[in-house]
Design a protein around this ligand. Structure first.
Ligand SMILES: [Fe+2]
Length: 560
């Protein structure tokens, strides 16, 4: 009976009684550290008996090419080292208490495999997707991870080389004609990657989709087994090759932006639950620049979609290059200025387009409408993790820079950039910090909010900040926009991923809930962490049997 068995980290099926010895053989075989062997020993036998779903041995696989790089805390933090196996699942020992109301699965996506054979990728965003799950129920925690079976990943594994165009990596061609053929395929999109390594969303109809910036990189997964079920095929004829990596997804709709590189602008589209058809709400024409600005994310209010036009713009020529440029697929055009466009969700009309100070952001946090005494909307506030209009963060995310931290304070400053967009016909909007950036160590990215406050006036956000000196955001931070204060969680040498807020059912306070994060430790280990959403104090942690690479964005799938 499968439910009596653990699947171990090496892909074997073993009894909990024998797990301790088996772990040691894995350690020798694969050369990675399993510090918490007791988790898998006799202590957990009773818990192991009650695990409901465990993978079968035939499904398990060992990593295609074990990474030979040593995990050295000074040279190669586990956060930036390829995951050592394709999949694993098991129950973790919990220190502290998981609230009994927390029932569901946190899924986190991200690039987790940065090499094929002995070829090492160069940028964080190039890695093949690793999906991680933390399933909470009855105070217990079952964790697991699995590689997403994109065509790009499967082809790389089969052919032992990169076969599709990734964020910065392109296939190496054997001759000029092969290169020309690849360019032809680029225009049709067939050579673009479907490596869905950026985010994961739960649609209103329950389907769970992993996403990246290419439209073809929309892959449906099973949130329980983490199995890749197939491509999410958009059934409309809107075309285009790319979209925002961060759609706005609620139980009622899926909103996203489709950049138009030929006639610079953006289509704002909506897809209803139960369908695969996106319908156009409206179109925004760019106010400046030779191409649309990069729209990794965008915010919405209750009635409006805010379309950012960042001076960091897509660049068709850079898409064609065989070697990455300093700004990869983008170009910085400060002379083209920066704009925010506001579209009415109901009518599709652009109600205003304002010029704003130059900015660089990957992630908008939230937006809301401000009203006058008569209830008329007078302005829109839009918050983002803003990098002081400095594009150097893209270069800082090269694996070479992330892997060789020598203690220098090299993380570029960031802040919570707060835009104010007047709706009175003014031509300019404002941008200033929502709170003093020293509150969060001048690091700021990977944000989440209470989803009940999406598009509404809100007080709290959760993000990664910095304790300096550092080369990457290394704290979990709770931001209070009323008090203009931040609470920071820090574990020396650790790399925390996105702090994800889950509200307590029935809560009336905005910060009544928990914050989930996955931590990569400096000693090569890792653990799942639960913080109280209000006090921001630790309430539980559970050590993983292996250190996980850094990951990007997640979602919550509540248990029905
Ligand atoms: Fe992102």
């Amino acid at each position: 009976m499968d439910s009596l068995w653990f699947s171990d980290i090496c892909g074997h099926h073993v009894s909990p009684f024998t797990m301790l010895d088996f772990d040691q053989s894995c350690h020798r075989k694969h050369g990675f550290s399993l510090e918490n062997k007791l988790i898998f020993g006799r202590k957990l036998y009773k818990q192991a008996l009650t695990i409901a779903r465990v993978v079968s041995p035939s499904q398990l696989a060992i990593a295609p090419s074990p990474d030979k790089e040593p995990v050295d805390q000074d040279q190669n933090h586990v956060a930036w080292t390829s995951v050592k196996q394709e999949r694993w699942e098991g129950e973790l020992v919990v220190q502290g208490e998981i609230p009994l109301w927390l029932k569901g699965t946190y899924l986190r996506n991200g690039p987790g495999l940065w090499h094929i054979e002995d070829y090492n990728f160069r940028h964080l965003f190039d890695g093949y997707a690793t999906l991680v799950k933390l399933h909470f129920e009855d105070g217990r925690l079952i964790a697991g991870h699995r590689q997403i079976e994109s065509e790009a990943y499967k082809a790389a594994k089969k052919n032992k080389k990169i076969c599709f165009r990734e964020f910065s990596e392109v296939p190496k061609h054997e001759n000029f004609m092969a290169y020309v053929g690849d360019l032809a395929k680029l225009f049709s999109g067939s050579s673009l990657t479907d490596n869905a390594n950026t985010g994961v969303v739960k649609l209103g109809d329950g389907r769970v989709v992993c996403l990246t910036e290419t439209q073809k990189g929309s892959l449906v997964i099973d949130p329980n087994s983490l199995e890749t079920l197939g491509r999410f095929e958009y059934s409309d004829s809107l075309g285009g090759l790319i979209h925002s990596a961060h759609p706005i997804v609620t139980d009622a709709e899926f909103l996203t932006l489709l950049p138009d590189l030929l006639k610079p602008g953006y289509l704002v589209v909506r897809m209803e639950p139960g369908t695969n058809e996106r319908k156009v709400i409206g179109r925004v024409n760019c106010s400046g620049g030779p191409a649309p600005g990069w729209v990794h994310s965008f915010p919405v209010t209750q009635h409006y979609v805010v379309v950012p036009e960042m001076p960091l713009r897509y660049c068709a020529q850079n898409l064609l290059r065989a070697e990455p440029t300093p700004l990869y697929k983008f170009e910085w055009h400060p002379q083209s200025k920066a704009f925010l466009h506001v579209m009415c969700k109901a009518s599709g009309k652009v109600v205003t387009s304002v010029e704003v100070p130059l900015f660089v952001t990957f992630h908008f946090i939230n937006a809301y409408e401000e009203e006058d005494e008569d209830g008329r909307v007078t302005s829109i506030i839009a918050d983002c993790c803003e990098h002081h209009a400095d594009t150097s963060i893209l270069d800082q995310l090269r694996l070479k820079n992330l892997r060789f931290f020598k203690g220098e304070d090299v993380l570029p400053d960031a802040r919570v950039g707060r835009f104010k967009i007047p709706l009175d016909g003014s031509r300019n909007g404002k941008l200033e910090a929502a709170l003093e950036a020293d509150e969060h160590g001048r690091g700021m990215d990977m944000c989440s909010i209470n989803p009940a406050y999406l598009g509404k006036k809100y007080r709290y956000a959760y993000a990664c900040g910095a304790q300096r000196p550092c080369h990457f955001p290394n704290t979990l931070t709770k931001l209070d926009f009323v008090e203009k204060k931040a609470k920071n969680w820090y574990d020396e040498g650790a790399v925390p991923s996105e702090p994800f807020f889950v509200a307590r059912p029935g809560a009336t306070e905005e910060d009544d809930g928990v914050v989930i994060s996955l931590i990569s430790e400096k000693n090569g280990g890792g653990y799942a962490l639960l913080l109280d959403g209000s006090t921001f104090k630790e309430i539980a942690r559970a050590k993983l049997p292996y250190g996980l690479p850094y990951g990007l964005h997640g979602c919550w799938v509540p248990k029905k």
